[in-house]
Ligand binder design. Structure first.
Ligand code: UTP
Length: 303
């Protein structure tokens, strides 16, 4: 039981990051020194994916170029003796991994983006990864954790996380029947419910293992919340026929689709970064002392 294909929907408009996303995809925003999409690709490869299917929109070029071989740059680095950097560039895509790019002509919603992957995925179970959800898995990457669940149950698995009550309206929310620790069979799934009508505070985040049945259902799924074709609505339909599990992963998620989540990710990944971590920690320390000092001065002036 292996999953060989991973789908990366990267065709969203990324309006929350305008103007940064005017000419480039949100998934190309860097966290410290790597774009979000590179973290997502590494996670998929660590969970066994060999064929990567990118569903791109108007700003596809930077993503294609990032995973393409850059002969000129590599020659330049070679000539300048920058071997470490050469390795960094050559390791972006591990050997034996194939990339496929499919255009989603219009951003009609995540469900529609996943449907666009059908010709490349065919009749196989597959991963879907939303790169703007950056997940720092505790013991192993989130997708690899989900793959273990999949190997045991052989069915669709959605990554889930408890979210605060006032944020629930931004997510697909599930009601589950517990199956094991951190694992439940989904009984109900609702996209962006009103907080008081939400079935729980367990939200679906950007990692899915899906069976190909989802494509047939997506074909006839109408636009739902926000006028978009929602993956959640198709999953709700699929649950009538197949078991869909909700898995509460071990790890920390950063919502890099929002400015605050993105900034938090940069700070925490920078603190752990082998090259800049220590200096950055010292810098934050100095900054907090300065802030403290300024606050003290203001309090003193206010009497
Ligand atoms: P979001 O809901 O974050 O939307 O999409 P967005 O357009 O990217 O960003 P905002 O809200 O305007 O700031 C969730 C994921 O689904 C992809 C996005 O690229 C993102 O990874 N997506 C969404 C598509 O690929 N196509 C779509 O039509 C919509």
């Amino acid at each position: 039981m292996r999953i060989r294909k991973a789908v990366f929907p990267v065709a969203g408009l990324g309006t929350r990051f305008l103007p940064a996303t005017k000419a480039s995809a949100k998934e190309m925003l860097p966290v410290v020194d790597k774009p979000l999409i590179q973290y997502a690709v590494a996670e998929a490869v660590s969970a066994g994916a060999e064929e990567l299917v990118f569903i791109t929109g108007r700003s596809k070029n930077s993503i294609m170029d990032h995973f393409d071989k850059a002969y000129e740059l590599e020659n330049e680095l070679q000539e300048r003796g920058k071997t470490k950097l050469l390795e960094v560039v050559q390791e972006i895509l591990p050997p034996g991994i194939t990339c496929i790019f499919i255009r989603q002509a219009e951003a009609l919603g995540l469900g529609h983006a996943v449907l666009c992957a059908w010709p490349a995925v065919g009749d196989e179970d597959f991963y879907v990864i939303l790169a703007d959800d950056l997940i720092d898995g505790q013991l192993r990457p989130c997708l690899a954790q989900m793959h273990r669940v999949y190997q045991e149950y052989g069915t669709s698995v959605l990554a889930c996380e408890q979210v605060p009550h006032d944020e629930i309206g931004s997510y697909g929310v599930v009601d589950v029947k517990p199956v094991g620790p951190g694992l439940g069979e989904i009984k109900k799934i609702v996209e962006k419910p009103k907080p008081d009508e939400a079935p729980s505070n367990l939200a679906v985040v950007g990692r899915y293992i899906l069976t190909p049945r989802i494509f047939k259902i997506l074909q006839r799924t109408q636009a739902g919340s926000g006028g978009e074709i929602q993956l959640t609505d198709a999953i709700s339909q699929m649950m009538q026929e197949q078991t869909v599990l909700a898995y509460e992963f071990d790890g920390k998620r950063y919502d890099c689709g929002s400015k605050l989540g993105y900034l938090k990710a940069n700070v925490e990944y920078a603190l752990k970064h082998p090259e800049v971590g220590e200096d950055f920690r010292n810098y934050l320390h100095e900054l907090s002392i300065e802030e403290h000092f300024e606050e003290g001065k203001k309090d003193h002036a206010a009497g």
